[in-house]
Design a protein around this ligand. Structure first.
Ligand SMILES: NC(=O)c1ccc[n+]([C@@H]2O[C@H](COP(=O)([O-])OP(=O)(O)OC[C@H]3O[C@@H](n4cnc5c(N)ncnc54)[C@H](OP(=O)(O)O)[C@@H]3O)[C@@H](O)[C@H]2O)c1
Length: 325
């Protein structure tokens, strides 16, 4: 495992990390979380991604219980959480980045995770109804109180991120240092085009999500939705159109030929492809069982197989507009 600086910040994240969206609580209980997190940690993963709204707070509880049992030294790993959608129904606690919600939110997350602080906190989506200045101040205060160490955004536009940086600079506040965008072979434009200046001029780091497009880039959806897969989970019906998108599946089949020529799997090639982008600080993987964690960690060995020639072959299949979105 190699470790990359989170943008221009001093902290280093493992190139591959492990997240808990969909899986923790729904598919992965405390024992399997311990198994998956251990396999990842043993492979060198030092970053575990979470969010307040994953399984309405229960994903944080599962991760917290697992961390307690694992008993790792706190200095050896990083945990994140994210805020926006909320888990309570009142007017000030839903779809917002207002100060009150964020302050209450971090306290609730720390309790569920059983931690004194989280390493990274993200504003999970932009909130056009709260002044960015209010959110920047709240993030700054949370960091000053030692409840989180670094803050960033997730799926904000480049303009919104620049506005937050400018406000922070004007008032000498902690600046956002990372973004969490979707990035995979089928969703590339935001990271490769829109954020180019953020990486170059502002040193923003990227913790990227859904590297396998929810499993589509493993090839498992080539012949429909298999039993026991994410595409079959109750509550995730909205993903099915994407997972059965015929244009995408045609490309997966072409990409599988390249993976076979390189002597690797489609999933490992898709993960390694994300790692080839130097602006990506860490690729957050997801896994519903420990075997997938072990399998995905092998992507590290595939990065060197992606020669300029192989990257060009892949590029010719996925070029143009994003295949998904
Ligand atoms: N900031 C955001 O808005 C945001 C949004 C989404 C995700 N995230 C973060 O990013 C993390 C990763 O996202 P993701 O879970 O969507 O990642 P992904 O890699 O695109 O999908 C992971 C899913 O693919 C399947 N899979 C994984 N490895 C496999 C393998 N080797 N062979 C076959 N199937 C495999 C599993 O689903 P099944 O086995 O159940 O089919 C697994 O749960 C999340 O946990 C979360 O921390 C952030």
């Amino acid at each position: 495992m190699e470790y990359r600086h989170l943008g221009r910040s001093g902290i280093k994240v493992s190139e591959l990390s492990l997240g808990s969206w969909v899986t923790f609580h729904n598919q992965v209980g405390i024992d399997s979380a311990i198994e998956s997190m251990s396999a990842a940690y043993e492979a060198g993963v030092n970053f575990f991604d979470n969010a307040e709204n994953y399984a309405s707070g229960l994903s944080e509880e599962v991760m917290g219980a697992a961390l307690k049992k694992l008993g790792w030294r706190r200095g050896s790993y990083l945990v994140s959480t994210k805020f926006f959608w909320g888990i309570n129904e009142t007017p000030n606690e839903k779809n917002t980045l207002n100060r009150k919600y964020l302050i209450e939110g971090i306290n609730g997350s720390l309790k569920r995770l059983g931690l004194d602080y989280v390493d990274l906190i993200f504003c999970h989506r932009p909130d056009s109804t709260t002044p960015i200045e209010e959110t920047v101040w709240a993030m700054h205060n949370i960091l000053e109180w030692g409840k989180a160490l670094y803050w960033g955004t997730s799926e904000w536009s480049a303009a919104e991120i620049m506005a937050a940086i400018e406000i922070a600079e004007r008032h000498h506040l902690h600046k956002p240092v990372m973004e969490q965008p979707q990035y995979n072979m089928f969703v590339r434009n935001r990271v490769e085009v829109e954020y180019a200046r953020l990486f170059k001029d502002y040193g923003i780091g990227a913790t990227t999500w859904s590297p396998l497009a929810s499993g589509l880039l493993t090839g498992k959806y080539n012949n429909g939705i298999p039993e026991g897969s994410r595409g079959n989970l109750p509550g995730y019906e909205w993903l099915r159109d994407q997972l059965t998108n015929q244009n995408a599946i045609t490309k997966v089949k072409q990409l599988q030929v390249i993976a076979a020529e390189l002597g690797t799997t489609m999933a490992q090639m898709a993960l390694a492809w994300c790692l080839k982008n130097p602006n990506v600080s860490t690729v957050i993987t997801g896994a519903s069982r420990v075997e997938q964690v072990r399998d995905n960690m092998k992507a590290l060995a595939v990065v060197d197989k992606l020669t300029p020639d192989a990257m060009q072959q892949i590029g010719s299949i996925i070029s143009g507009n994003d295949t998904l979105r």
